[in-house]
Design a protein around this ligand. Sequence first.
Ligand SMILES: [Mn+2]
Length: 337
Amino acid sequence: MLKVFASLEQVFKDARRVLITAHTAPDGDAVGSAAALAHIALHFGLDARLMPDFGDAAAIVLPAPAVSSCAGLAGFVPDLVIFADCGDAARAGEELRALVESGVFPGTERVRPRIVNMDHHADNPGYGHINLVYPECASTSELVGRFAEYLSLPLAGGLGEAVYLGLVSDTGNFTFSNTSADSLSMAARIVAAGLNVTDFTNRTENTWSLARMRLWGKLMSKVTLHAGGAVSCCLVRKAWLDEAGLNAGDLEGFSSRLRCLQGVRVGLFVREEAERKCRVSLRSMGDFDVRAVAARFGGGGHPSAAGATLALDPDAAQRVILETLEAGLGRTAAVKV
Ligand SMILES: [Mn+2]
């Protein structure tokens, strides 16, 4: 890791304008790792932009302007593009997927920025010129935190908050199977550097609207059990979100709640995005590989947290995933959990 950190440090030294991107429908690790990289870019004196526009998902103060598309960059042409927490380039959206494919920055004829890929998804194909893909990191933010510490930057202030957001987000507040001594000790160093955990949580998590809590209540009242109680399942129709004036970000974390039920090994959450288009999220406690299930439907992720997008209505999407889960769990029925 030290050798590739040295290469990355040189990339930052050589660059002038950096675009830092994370996946669309961003979670705390996407926001946190991108924001932490922006802090590091500012340390090197770079002009930085973030994409997508994280909006309400940000939860923390972003150190650089965030735009929703390349058009929003308004003439800002980067010589460095960093993908954070994107298991494949397409997760950063169509424009930046095209950048990886052609090498040419969208809207220009021959600008070819350096492409850096920082991630912790094991199925990341390594689409950058420089690839830092470390599945042993519980979050991409932890990887960025390690790079900051390699640069002797203390994980304090905005940088510490950004890394901490990713640490807690991808480990479910240090409860998921990926939680390691490394992630906990990095959190300890951030707290030692001044982060107030209660104040941070108040600003980032204790911010629910009543409409959001009531929607969660409605969804929880509709949870069903399958495969002899080994699978919990819930689906949300787009109309329910629209009626409540909510969006997908208001459901962040719901899929993990589905694992709380005693005896459940896999939680399945189906969210209708549009007509005949659903996002399915799968969560396990690490003893059943949900990434393999997601991969069968063109998705990916981690062994205990994965997702896929299906061109089906929500009931059909639920049915096909449940069938796959039931077959898979049947094969591992002998596993004692
Ligand atoms: Mn992540």
